[in-house]
Design a binder for this molecule. Structure first.
Ligand code: 5GP
Length: 120
């Protein structure tokens, strides 16, 4: 599957669609999810055009990989979740219900979280 440069997160990166931005650096952008599944629900995305974790792991530079994961840790701290705890998650492909074909890492927190995986 080829990267669709008009996916919603590519459009947020280009500033064509607004988002409640939390953090941005050379490698990553973080913003609040439009349909939060927890009291705090943020998304952290790489600035590069990567479809999924598999694409990112295979094709991103080491600086991009480090940059994304540093941003995830930084954003969780900025959101005040370091002591209370949080969960990170990245969906890949149909079984996971990945909706947006641009790699994104979800951060959930601000409340007690349920089981790690809900029964199907
Ligand atoms: P996925 O299911 O692909 O892992 O997650 C995609 C996430 O993107 C969903 O949680 C959805 O609510 C969020 N989302 C979809 N469109 C938008 C948007 O336009 N703005 C923001 N902030 N989040 C979005």
């Amino acid at each position: 599957m080829a990267y669709d440069r008009n996916n919603i997160f590519a459009r947020i990166l280009r500033g064509e669609i607004p988002a409640k931005r939390i953090y941005e650096d050379s490698y990553a952008l973080a913003f609040h999810d439009i349909n939060p599944q927890a009291k705090t629900h943020a998304l952290v995305i790489p600035k590069g055009a990567y479809l999924s974790m598999a694409d990112f792991a295979a094709n991103a530079s080491e600086a991009e990989i480090a940059g994304l994961f540093r941003a995830v840790g930084k954003v969780a701290t900025m959101l005040g979740l370091e002591d209370s705890g949080y969960r990170i998650l990245a969906n890949h492909g149909p079984d996971s219900h990945q909706e947006v074909p641009h790699l994104h890492i979800h951060i959930f927190g601000g409340q007690k979280l349920g089981r790690m995986i809900q029964p199907a």
